[in-house]
Every structure is written in C-alpha cells, then in structure tokens.
Design a protein around this ligand. Structure first.
Ligand code: SMG
Ligand code: MG
Length: 371
C-alpha cells in the first residue's frame, strides 16, 4: 500500500461532566486524529494522549510533534507499507507509543477498508457485542457518587469502576457496596496514587469483594505490585505498567498482576494489544479493554478488540454519551448493557464531516515531499 498523505487534525470536545482521577480533572477532550490517504482508501486513527503528560509521559502536542517530525517521514521513506510493517519501520524511535498507535491504527483501517474486512474479524473477534463497564470519577461527596452510580446502573452498565485516591477509597467503596449490594460487579482504579507502604490500608478493601484493584502503585514498581499482591486478597490488575507484550509476560511471571487492562494506545497499537491478549491467554490471565475517553473512532476499534476471546471482563467500553453530547461518528449506544461490535470494513464507522468541522481546532496535511 502506498501512502499519499497524512492529515493531523486536532479537535476539542466538551465532556458532559468533569471527570476527576487521582492525577487531575478533565473537563474537555483535546484529541489528535490521524487520517491517512492511500490510493485504495482513507483510514482513521485516534491518538489517546491527554493534553498534559499526567497519565503517562505522552501528551497531545508532543504526539503531534513526533508524528510530524519523526514518524511520518520514516513511513514515507519506507515506500510500500502494510500495517504490520509500521511498528518495525518506527522501531528506531524510542517510546511514543500513543503516537505510534494512532498512525498504525489509521494505516490498518485504510488497509482493511481497501480489502473489505472488519477490524474485529481481522483481530479474531468471537463476539458481536461486548459488555459495557463504566469508569466513575472521584466526587466531592458520597451522595453524589451514589447518584452517579445509580444512574449508570439504570442505563444498564454491567460493571462499575470507581476511581480512588488516598482519602477517597474505603468509605466510598463501602457506601457503594451497601447501597447496591454484593452482586454489583465492582472494581477500583488508583492510577498509581499509592505506595507499598499503603499495603495495610489497601487490605481494608478486601472485604468488599472487588473484581480487581487497578494500578495501585507507580508504573515502574513491578516488584512493589508483586509484594502487594501477596498482602491483599483483591486481585491486582496493571494498566500504566504494561507497555508491551514483554512487559505483560514479565509482570505475570513476577506475580505483579493476575489481570491486565489492555489499552491499544498505551502499548503502541492494536497489533501489540492482540499480542498482549495472546500472552495473557497463554498464562490463564484474563484481560479487559481500557479506555481513554475516545471518540467513536477510537471506541470502534476498542470495541473490536474487546470482542477477542480472552477479554472476559467488561471493559471501559462505555456508550458515547458517557462522555460526549455529540460524538464525531454515529454514537455507540447501550443495548442491554452491551455495545455492538462494528462489522463494516476497517473500524466500521466514519466521522461525520460537519461534526468534525465543528470541533476542529487545527489541521495540517503532511506529504512525501515535505522537508
Ligand atoms: O474511556 O471510559 C474511559 C476512561 C476510563 O478510567 C478510565 N481511564 O486509568 O484507566 C484509566 C483511565 C485513564 C484516563 S483518565 C483521564
Ligand atoms: Mg487505569
């Protein structure tokens, strides 16, 4: 496949409500979209980097820079491309996995659209719809949290994830358990907010029978997670720590996690995400699909991934209206607590031009001739 041009488009979309985590509050989403033009088809990719480097070291402006200056020139120099060649061609560039993932996703989408194959079929999906979970931010008070959880359950969500941090953990979890009962599928995400010194405190979550605790300790502390996993009964799940299939294999063999959150952007793309799925399956470790407040473009691809066999826990694969009044594609909606897996070619959804224009803050077109 020949790459004719690459468009970088920045969009800004307001969130339906502020989303607070242990590292900050999001009130709008500033997103970099990548569109590739090939003779056969265009393809779309969404970069999951946030506007500030607070979830990981990547951020939108940095991703746009590295794509423009370091990734796209290498792709043009490579001549004929396939999605499978993108990672090897970009391998000399260290890190920048979210930027690489967006580019690979766009090329994969173009390739699959050209051959009429859906991303779900290409990845090996075994489900036509996936269970939808929802991630619930830190609130200023427990009654507010209970109202939020209650309305998500009314909407049909099949699993609740509560964001936690020191000072917002045992009491809100206890309140949610007491109000909604033992059958509620409930898990928590700390986004690295604790240290191993908090192990005894985190053990206070044991009685609440959580599905998992996600990324309690800093991303580079695999040994700490392994030690913590021996001290608490809640299963430890890793998010930020896992940037590759090799990381997943290492974490599993050290006993640092027994469940993995797979986010394609964090690991450099959907192809590496599938390898993580496979490594985890081989070890009997279940995985689930994480989210980065994606528009329909990234959400479509995530939902395709979540349809693979070892994605046995509900993901952060919510409906579009969890975050946006207006999505840039046709919205993903809940149907009996599930989201349907697109079955059209490529990611199976296409941005609505007028909506995209409305949210666009800048565009640039990169071609092979550019110095
Ligand atoms: O897309 O529903 C979503 C977001 C889910 O909680 C979520 N993501 O650490 O898993 C995580 C966070 C990272 C983004 S927080 C701004
Ligand atoms: Mg997380």
């Amino acid at each position: 496949m020949k790459l004719n041009a690459v468009e970088l488009r920045r969009i800004a979309i307001p969130l339906v409500a502020p989303f607070r985590t242990s590292f900050g509050t999001q009130t709008k989403r500033d997103i970099l979209l990548v569109r590739v033009e090939t003779p056969e088809a265009d393809g779309w990719g969404e970069c999951v980097a946030l506007s500030e480097p607070v979830y990981s070291s990547e951020y939108v402006e940095g991703a746009a820079h590295v794509i423009r200056e370091h990734l796209v020139p290498r792709l043009f120099e490579a001549g004929s491309l396939s999605a499978a060649r993108v990672a090897p061609v970009l391998e000399p560039v260290r890190g920048h996995r979210m930027a690489k993932a967006a580019v690979e996703a766009a090329i994969l989408d173009a390739e699959l659209r050209a051959s009429g194959v859906s991303l779900a079929a290409h990845l090996g999906a075994v489900r036509e719809a996936v269970d939808a979970g929802v991630s619930v931010g830190i609130m200023s008070a427990i009654p507010e949290l209970l109202d939020a959880v209650s309305s998500y359950l009314d909407a049909g969500y099949r699993r609740i994830k509560l964001k936690i941090e020191p000072g917002w953990d045992v009491a809100p979890i206890q309140a949610v358990r007491e109000r909604f009962g033992d059958d509620l599928a409930l898990q928590v995400d700390a986004n690295t907010a604790y240290t191993l010194a908090d192990a005894r405190h985190l053990a206070k979550l044991d009685p609440f029978d959580l599905l998992l605790i996600e990324q309690p300790l800093p991303e580079d502390d695999l040994a700490g997670h392994a030690a913590l996993a021996r001290m608490i009964s809640t299963p430890v799940c890793l998010d930020e720590s896992i940037e590759s299939a090799r990381d997943a294999a290492a974490a599993i063999s050290m006993g640092a996690c027994s469940i993995v959150n797979v986010k394609p952007g964090r690991v450099g793309g959907y192809l590496e995400a599938r390898r993580i799925h496979d490594v985890c399956a081989a070890h009997g470790v279940p995985v689930w699909c994480g989210g980065m407040l994606e528009t329909g473009i990234g959400r479509a691809a995530n939902v395709a991934l979540a349809a693979l066999p070892n994605f046995t826990l509900p993901g952060d694969t919510s409906a579009s209206d969890r975050y946006f009044h207006q999505d840039v594609t046709e919205p993903f909606v809940l149907e009996d607590g599930r989201v349907r897996v697109p079955d059209g070619p490529g990611i199976g959804v296409t941005p609505i031009a007028a909506v995209l224009e409305q949210f666009t803050t800048s565009t640039e077109l990169l071609g092979p001739g550019r110095p």
